[in-house]
Ligand binder design. Structure first.
Ligand code: UFG
Length: 334
């Protein structure tokens, strides 16, 4: 089975390529390296001893996308090609909507033309806005997103539902990720954000290696056990495995539109993460309590039971695995 992976060199895309190759899928990759590096292709090869057929370019390039479909008999697409920095999306919303929404419209148009109607889409727990209850189930209300990144994911979910309604011969799986962290156990693949990291884990690893002075813990007055924000951190390799489960579901069940949370179901506070990182990696992380960050919610974690029951998906990695792998990746690469 041939799978087109857009954004194949990015953080989640690269780990998913490894899982696909290990599960004997043929992978066709597309990336424009806007937030990734070419060397990731070699690293995927070193880990799996297999190659992907790679195209360099932008998903907005309809001609290139069409050529990929003409040159390869694509059976399914996993779409990771998107911008993902929440803060940046507020400053450059037009770029975010073009890159995250228009690109999907072009992809859907080309897929339809070449009669490939099987898609796994990277969505995010951000579509739940401020959750009205935790753990969050897939039928919780969506909307109320607080930034263009989140709204772009919400828009695409609506588009996919409309596409499916218009033509139920599509089979689509929307995966709502919680907080992916960690790295491949080889330390060859991991998260490498441009500039100062906005997310908790890459920030902590840069404090750990001395590149940043201290972590600001955004708020200690939330209504949570220690006052700091609670999130559902999922190891990126588990998350990548979730995509294989989603593909297998679409292959087995055929037509349908399915939505799953991908999270562990356990929430950890910022201070839990700091303390577990310190203990796991035997070091101190300097931090100070700072004001709340705008747009943050107190608590966000998944009810993962639908993915468990319908996909047979369960997370295998622990928080300690996540924090050990994240630090090993940072140490060996930066
Ligand atoms: N945090 C800090 N200090 C930092 C960075 C983060 O205290 O320097 C805290 C946040 O306030 C929050 C937690 O750490 O409580 C996690 O923050 P992240 O920025 O790592 O992640 P978010 O939960 O804000 O957002 C992430 C992704 C989004 C995605 C969302 C889904 O960045 O793309 O999860 O819930 F949409």
């Amino acid at each position: 089975m041939k799978v087109l992976v857009t954004g194949c060199c990015g953080y989640i895309g690269s780990h998913t390529c490894v899982e696909l190759l290990d599960n004997n899928y043929e992978v066709i990759g597309l990336d424009n390296f806007s937030n990734s590096k070419k060397e990731v292709l070699d690293k995927i090869k070193r880990i799996t001893s297999k190659s992907i057929k790679f195209y360099e370019g932008n998903m907005l390039n309809e001609e290139l996308l069409s050529r990929i479909f003409v040159e390869n008999k694509i059976d399914a697409v996993i779409d990771f090609a998107a911008y993902k920095a929440v803060g940046e999306s507020i400053s450059i919303p037009i770029d975010y909507y073009i890159n995250n929404v228009s690109s999907v419209l072009i992809l859907l148009k080309v897929m339809k033309k070449y009669k490939c109607k099987r898609l796994v889409f990277s969505s995010s727990a951000t579509v739940y806005g401020t959750p009205n209850k935790v753990p969050i189930t897939e039928d919780s209300p969506i909307g109320g997103t607080t930034n263009p990144y989140g709204t772009s994911k919400l828009m695409v979910e609506h588009i996919l539902k409309d596409v499916y309604k218009s033509d139920p011969t599509w089979d689509i799986c929307i995966l709502r990720y919680f907080n992916p962290i960690g790295a491949h156990s080889s330390s060859l693949l991991g998260e490498n954000p441009n500039g100062i990291p906005a997310n908790l884990l890459p920030y902590i690893t840069r404090v750990a290696n001395g590149k940043l002075a201290e972590l600001s813990v955004f708020g200690d007055d939330y209504d949570t056990k220690d006052g700091t924000g609670i999130r559902d951190y999922i190891h990126v390799v588990d998350l990548a495995r979730g995509h294989i489960k989603a593909l297998q579901k679409l292959e087995k069940e055929k037509k349908g539109l399915y939505i799953y949370n991908l999270g562990t179901g356990t929430g950890y506070s910022v201070l839990d993460i700091v303390r577990t990182f310190e203990k796991t990696n035997d070091m101190k992380i300097k931090y100070r309590i700072a004001p709340r960050r705008e747009g943050d919610v107190a608590s966000c974690y998944a009810d993962p039971s639908k993915a468990r029951e319908e996909l047979g998906f369960e997370c295998e990695k622990t928080l300690v695995d996540m924090l050990k792998d994240a630090w090993n990746f940072e140490k060996r690469n930066f």
